[in-house]
Design a protein around this ligand. Structure first.
Ligand code: N7H
Length: 463
């Protein structure tokens, strides 16, 4: 999350100590283990959870860490720990409780959505096994995170079977913060009303945090709160309030294939391979948005949080960045597909997720990619909608034209789109349809989980 998560005490409306630390702010990690497990003995699990309860990280702690960073103080070294459970896990921990009313895709489990999402790759065998929960254990480096995860596993050892441990690690060699294709990640996250400080000072937009960072209702991420567009996110039982759904996807990245595609399609696109890569993602590798700087990278802009997210694509005539005919950023660009901003006013805001992933694998490894993680109040209406209705849909964004009035059919998202041919369309006049790209990102495992509040975790401990 951008560096402006600081509020005066009077502004705080969310019970931050109730919300697990990864949900809204993220555990701010260099290394993170996702340790998936099956619960072998629920009674022993309650006892073990009680024994490590004080180690679980909540949002008030993460906010204190953020504030220390903003004051320029050294960030205290801390070990992040969060828990989340699948529907089967909640069933074991809340025997007899009616879970109906929870998100249908959560209840069905991630495997049930594979065909609808267009997933074709084989999952690692562990993800075909029953999984009841995950703990996230973070640290300042891989060794610290490993020791931390081992200590938690030791505490839980008589109550769980470990199914799979996924080590995530930020990249090294000057690539910290960049995902494996080489692009800076984690720049744009939604602001959250009740947590993110609204813009202040003359001319500041009080509906944004940092410039361009729209403040979104908390109910889009947490159960039991008002949502964008009206209504309250359903928390069918009182203990579900302040919880959030966690979508985990182990996404392999074919970096060589992605680079080869850019090199092969550059001539037809009228751009260099670097420019084409930036146009298909929507940002340069530095993070600078192409709608602001279309043909040359601007690392100074990229590094400035007051400017690197301050853009719109479409209909907001008052905004200096306008691009109705994809002269600067194609409609197929990953960030324009999954967050079309003012291309789709009113709807874009309802589809926000909070991303909390981390790369896995090292640069030379064949098996590498992103441990994609995102939080939301509805898996159906957020992650699954983004993947199927927008990223996988070649016609989205709908109804757009070139400046000579010919319709634009953008194509599937080149980063994550699947479920059919991917022939991205770039440029205005002439529009250029590029060659079919195989999916460079494939899911080799996925789990849908629920991240409970502090009270809900306490209730698990007390049975
Ligand atoms: Fe994406 N990439 O490098 O290609 N993503 N993403 N993502 N993504 C973003 O602005 C990437 C994935 C979103 O607010 C950036 O923080 C890769 C899934 C959303 O303007 C980059 C993978 C989904 C945003 C990447 C991947 C999303 C976003 C720009 C998989 C949801 C914010 C950095 C391996 C279905 C858009 C930034 C905004 C940004 C990449 C997965 C969604 C560089 C490699 C599965 C909502």
């Amino acid at each position: 999350m951008p560096d402006n998560v600081m509020l005066s005490e009077a502004d705080i409306t969310l019970p931050l100590a109730e919300i697990q630390g990864d949900v809204l702010i993220g555990l701010k990690k260099n290394a993170e283990f996702f340790v998936f497990f099956a619960i072998a003995d629920a009674a022993k699990f309650r006892t073990a959870l009680g024994a490590i309860f004080e180690d679980i990280t909540f949002t008030d702690q993460m906010k204190a860490v953020e504030e220390a960073k903003q004051r320029g103080e050294p960030v205290p070294v801390f070990l992040g720990l969060n828990f989340a459970f699948t529907a089967t896990g909640l069933g074991k921990l809340h025997p007899g409780e009616d879970l109906s009313g929870l998100d249908p895709s959560f209840l069905a489990g991630a495997a049930a959505s594979r065909a609808a999402l267009g997933d074709v790759a084989t999952w690692l065998p562990e993800y075909e096994q029953p999984i009841d929960g995950v703990f996230l254990a973070t640290g300042i480096d891989l060794q610290t995170a490993t020791d931390h995860a081992d200590a938690v596993r030791h505490t839980l050892r008589h109550s769980i079977h470990m199914v799979r441990a996924e080590p995530g690690l930020v990249r090294t060699g000057g690539q910290k913060g960049h995902e494996h294709f080489g692009f800076e990640d984690g720049i744009s996250q939604p602001g959250v009303r009740g947590l993110t400080a609204p813009g202040s000072g003359p001319g500041a937009n009080r509906d944004q945090g940092l410039p361009g960072q729209d403040l979104i209702e908390p109910g889009d991420f947490l159960l039991g709160y008002p949502m964008e567009g009206g209504g309250v996110s359903p928390a069918p039982r009182p203990w579900m309030k302040n919880g959030s759904y966690l979508v985990f996807r182990r996404l392999n990245q074919d970096v060589a294939g992605f680079d080869a595609y850019l090199a092969s399609q550059a001539p037809a696109s009228g751009l260099s391979a670097d420019q084409l890569g930036a146009h298909l993602i929507g940002r340069w590798k530095s993070g600078a948005p192409v709608v602001i700087t279309s043909l040359v990278d601007d690392p100074v802009l990229a590094a400035d949080p007051t400017r690197n997210n301050d853009f719109e694509f479409g209909s907001d005539a008052a905004h200096p960045t306008q691009d109705p005919h994809q002269q600067k950023c194609p409609y197929v660009a990953h960030i324009r597909k999954v967050y079309p901003r003012e291309d789709f006013p009113g709807e874009s805001e309802k589809r926000r997720i909070i991303r909390a992933g981390i790369p896995f694998g090292r640069d030379g490894d064949a098996d590498k990619g992103l441990l994609f993680a995102c939080y939301q109040s509805s898996i159906v209406d957020k992650f699954e909608f983004l993947q199927t209705a927008w990223a996988n849909n070649p016609s989205f964004m709908f109804g757009k034209t070139s400046s000579n009035n010919s319709p634009i059919t953008p194509g599937r998202d080149i980063a994550i789109g699947q479920d059919g041919p991917r022939t991205p369309v770039v440029g205005d006049v002439p529009q250029r349809t590029l060659g079919d790209a195989p999916p460079f990102v494939t899911a080799t495992g996925a789990v849908y989980l629920f991240s409970p509040s502090r009270s809900a975790l306490q209730a698990i401990v007390h049975g």
